[in-house]
Design a protein around this ligand. Sequence first.
Ligand code: AFP
Length: 334
Amino acid sequence: MPKIVTLTEFIQSNQSDFPYATGELSRILNDIVVASKIVSRDVRKAGLVDHILGSHGEINIQGEYQQKLDVIADEAFIREFRLGGEVCGIASEENENFVAFTSESAKNGKYVVLFDPLDGSSNIDVNVSIGTIFSIYRRISPVGLEATLDDMLQSGTQQIAAGYVLYGSSTMLVYSTGNGVNGFTLDPSIGEFCLSHPQMKMPENGRLYAMNEGNIFECEEGLRKYINYCQSRENQTGMPYSGRYIGSLVADFHRNLIKGGIYIYPDVISAPKGRLRLLYECNPLAFIAEQAGGLATTGRKRILDIKPEYLHQRTPFYVGSKKMVEKAMECLGL
Ligand code: AFP
């Protein structure tokens, strides 16, 4: 049996690959590991424990009902970052404003983390996969002061690391520090994430497309043309592609990363700027996609090049196998 490589061992042995090899980024990744184990444990109990399952009764900044697990996950990640000492501030889907940590050690932290603590949470009640998405940046404000909004509003190209945790049939953590993408599966019997998917590569082409087709008459003509192409025999496989839409971004993305495919959340009449959030949903997944050889665009331009203007900014999102995204863009008229 080959030796198991735990995520902690992997982070330590690859520390010198990090842009700033001082151990700080490794410690942030370890904070994420701890928080995601806590969330994974709670997600596994979701159907059993009344006080975890169901709505928290609050409406978040996006106008959505916060699920209790959303709040539990948000608090778990914030707690780890606040006490970890390397992060000076965070922004999350669940908080209207960014949070600047005020302790002296946090003010000396060199990083900010932007995250969606529990994406796809409307799927919790029906036992469908959900996930956490995160993005790490170096701060641009001076060390020693509180984090600022400018620290949060950096383009995706400035990401130092990004990744996601998928709470699916198993719990997986997938991340990149800009040297490829590696995936780790949580072995609950030893409580460790173990390297299960080294150097992940997204197939250049695929035959799976994921889009909420309920919106088909709400979106632009070019996209309808692309969906027709997917459903025809005129595509590169000579057979209609298979439609696969979980409605849980991390799960849809992860499947396409492994099997090849495209995920589309376009601008629609009811959501003219798209539904997904640039900073803590699209940017981190775009970083992972590109690192794995895939592509991520708005349908017209590269996601990572967008200069964010505000925290909860939305964007149309076309992500997945390179050739599929290129074909979709061609149909849009590029
Ligand atoms: P929630 O976290 O509010 O459940 O949103 C999840 C999500 O942003 C993304 O994970 C899905 O792909 C998308 O919404 C599904 O939205 P539609 O119901 O509009 O297809």
